[in-house]
Each structure stands twice: as C-alpha cells, then as structure tokens.
Design a protein around this ligand. Structure first.
Ligand SMILES: [Zn+2]
Length: 435
C-alpha cells in the first residue's frame, strides 16, 4: 500500500531570499493570468483546452520581450505546474458531476462577470470557470516536482532552486517517506513549505486496537462519543470573533483601497488566518487521538445531514441547526465537521482502521434502550427522555450510541469485519419505521 502525506512547516527566508521567492510566486501568478486570458479566447472559439495545449503557451510568453523576467526571475518547473493546475481547473469546469454538486449546495449567486475578447466581443464568465489570481488574495504558491533534482533537505533547512539556496524552516516533526514535490506558499504575509511525501508499506497496516466507537457531531459539544465522552469545540473562535468585528468596524471607516485601508485589511486577513490555524491544529489533535484508539469509528453521513435539513426545512428536526442555535457562521462549522471527518478517514486508512458513515435519520429521536422513535423523545436540546420506556440520557450520548449501533448493523449486513480490512464507507438506514 502506498501512503501519501504532506508535511507543512513555516518557512523562514532571509529578506534577500524572500525577494526571490516573491518573484517566483509573482511570475507564476502572472503566467496563470496570462494563460487564463488565452484560454478564455480558446473557449470562445470552441478550441480544445487541455494541459498540453496550455503548457505550450508558456513558450509564447517567454518569447515575448516584454516578459523577459519570465526567463530571468521565474522557475520553469513551477510555471508548468501552475498551468497544469489551470488545466485541472478547466477540466473540473467541463465535468458535469462537479456542476451537479455545485447546484446541490448553491450559494448566493455572484454577479456575472465578463471577459473582453481580442475581437472586442465579451465572453460571459460562468460559475466554476477558473478565476483570476490577484495579489490581494495573499494566497500565492508554487509547486516544484522531481524534488531530488533541484532540492534537498538538510536538518531544518531546505535547499531551493533559482539561487534561493538553503532556507530555514520550523521543523516541528520528522518527514517520513520520499519527498516527491515541494510547495512554497505565502499566506497572509507568512511563508510556508509543504513536502509531498510518498511511503510504501509492505503490507496493509493492522490497527492496534479492537474497539469500536460511535461519534455524534454537534455545536455545543463538538463530539460526543458512545462511551459518554464529550469534547468541546475550541472557543478561540468566539473571543477572536469580537476582535474581528472590531477590526472590521474600523475598516469600514477607512477610505476604500487607501493605504490605511490596506493596512487594516492585512490585519483582518492575519486574524482570519490565525483562527483557521488554531482550529486546524485542534481538529488534528482530536482526530489523531480518536483514530489511534478505535479500530472502527462510526459517524453520520454529513452530506445526508445537510440534505435532510434543507429538504424538510425544519430547524429542530435534527436538533442542531447551526444558525438558529448559535449564530455562528454555518458554513464555517460545516467545514469544520467535514474537515474533521476527512481527517478521521485518512488517519483510519493509515492505521488500518475502519470508518463507517451511516444514514443520520432518526439517530437523535430513537431511544437506544427500546428503539422507540418519536420526536417527543427529545424535549430539550440536551435531554433525551423516552416517552415509551422512560429511558433518560444526555441527548448527544443517546445519539452516539445509536450511531454506533447503526455502524454495527452495516457490518453485520456485510458479514462481519476482520481487523485490517480495507476501509469502507457505506450508509445504511437506521430502523426506518415511522412513529
Ligand atoms: Zn425507550
């Protein structure tokens, strides 16, 4: 089995090195935008857009005397990689499945933009088309492949091409496996290096534990397990929210795009970044811990959770409608849950464990003791009290135990599970009888 893993570290270039890196990411962004414009022309003429066609256009740019810096201050490999990314962005645009998914969770429609073609006509840009990269987005990056050829890691320093030389990075963990590629990125003024590694395992890993656990995801309690353990969400977001609101108020008083506005905007970006980092680290800690200790983990299928909520249009149905309950930004939370499940998924994969996603129907309304399903079982957000058998429990705990039971049902339907079996994701109906 092959395992791919990326290791990201904070990069600490000197001032001189940062200048070179800025040139490298800047020229990659420039080439993206130039070739994006060219590909809009191709699109308007119904020409075939693929990686080869687009990569060939890099040469045209390099031959243009106005763009001489592409020869002197850019990295050829990274430009190619950037344009390959552009080609992938186009192929996503041409993929009907991606469009179907987009329609499913449609966000606020953006106002349509257009691109002025060389012949003077305008091309209406459509959703999911690749977009311009702006410097102001502060998310620039370059990727170098064939790491061995151009780069080298020595201790906590990495050698980069284009005369950058050895750059220090904050090596917070060991890099395991063969480094295949390296991504240098700049986010909110900080530089990062990410090593994409590949590791070959002789045999499928066998999970050290034999236990199984069901987990219920929520707002007030981020995780409740079928063993009765609660894990709270990281509250850094709330305190930072106040700070963020203050910064945004100050921003609104400044002249748009003025020096002071830019400065204030940078502060806001930085805080956003800080919040995301904290959340990310926290989710990693939680998921590593769960994955290490349980061979089988059962969660609700989040996609179904979303769909059932929007279909029924009822906020209480699942007892955890985000907006109504906490005023937090729903998308941020959804993203957090999705990210967490993704983390558990690949961590289980590495450890030889199992992740089962079950249909979330009735998990919160079913009595774990007698299987009676009723809305009335759930009088309040926190308390579960069965109207039939009078079983009383914490509502999330009751749900987590139902989730685990549903996971076992999936397994027995498939004829049991041996340790170290490849991971599966199946959904199953949980006692779908009406009340
Ligand atoms: Zn009951």
């Amino acid at each position: 089995m092959k395992i791919n893993k990326a290791y990201q570290f904070r990069l600490e270039p000197t001032v001189e090195q940062a200048v070179v890196l800025n040139n490298l990411v800047g020229s990659a962004r420039f080439v993206w935008n130039q070739i994006l414009a060219a590909s809009f022309e191709m699109f308007a003429k119904n020409e075939f857009i693929n990686a080869t066609n687009l990569v060939n256009k890099i040469m045209d740019l390099k031959n243009n005397p106005d763009f001489d810096f592409l020869r002197t201050h850019a990295n050829a490999v990274s430009l190619q990689q950037k344009i390959r990314d552009l080609a992938s962005a186009w192929s996503r645009f041409f993929d009907p499945k991606v469009h179907a998914r987009y329609k499913e969770n449609k966000k606020k429609p953006k106002k349509p933009k257009s691109f002025k073609l060389l012949d003077g006509t305008e091309l209406q840009l459509r959703p999911l088309m690749p977009q311009w990269k702006r410097k102001i987005d502060r998310r620039d990056s370059i990727r170098l492949v064939q790491f061995d050829k151009y780069c080298r890691v020595e201790g906590n320093r990495v050698k980069l091409p284009n005369g950058v030389g050895f750059v220090k990075f904050r090596k917070s963990q060991d890099i395991i496996g063969i480094i295949k590629n390296v991504t240098i990125s700049k986010k909110s003024g900080h530089w990062y290096v990410s090593f994409g590694c590949e590791r070959e395992l002789d045999q499928n890993p066998i999970h050290p534990s034999t236990s199984a656990i069901g987990i219920d995801l929520g707002i007030t309690k981020l995780i409740t397990t079928s063993e009765g353990q609660h894990i709270n969400p990281k509250n850094s977001f709330k305190s930072n929210q106040v700070k963020l609101a203050k910064l945004q108020r100050q921003l609104s008083r400044k002249v748009l795009f003025s020096q002071n506005w830019q400065k204030q905007n940078r502060k806001i970006q930085k805080l956003h970044h800080h919040i995301a980092n904290i959340r990310h680290d926290y989710l990693h800690k939680i998921t590593t811990n769960i994955s290490k200790n349980h061979a089988m983990i059962v969660v609700e299928n989040l996609k179904v959770v979303n769909m059932s909520q929007s279909a029924s249009g009822s906020a209480v149905q699942h007892g955890r409608n985000v907006k109504a309950k906490s005023g937090l930004n729903k998308s941020i939370l959804d993203q957090g849950w999705g990210m967490m499940v993704d983390m558990i998924e690949y961590k289980q994969h590495w450890q030889g464990g199992l992740l089962i996603k079950i249909n979330p129907r009735y998990t919160s309304q079913t009595c774990f003791q007698c299987q009676h399903i009723a809305k009335e079982n759930r009088r309040t957000q926190a308390k579960f009290e069965c109207v039939k058998c009078r079983y009383v429990a914490n509502a999330d705990f009751n749900a987590a135990r139902n989730i685990l039971a549903a996971g076992h049902a999936v397994l027995s339907a498939e004829g049991g599970c041996g340790k170290g079996r490849p991971m599966k994701q199946k959904t199953c109906g949980l006692r779908e009888k009406a009340t």
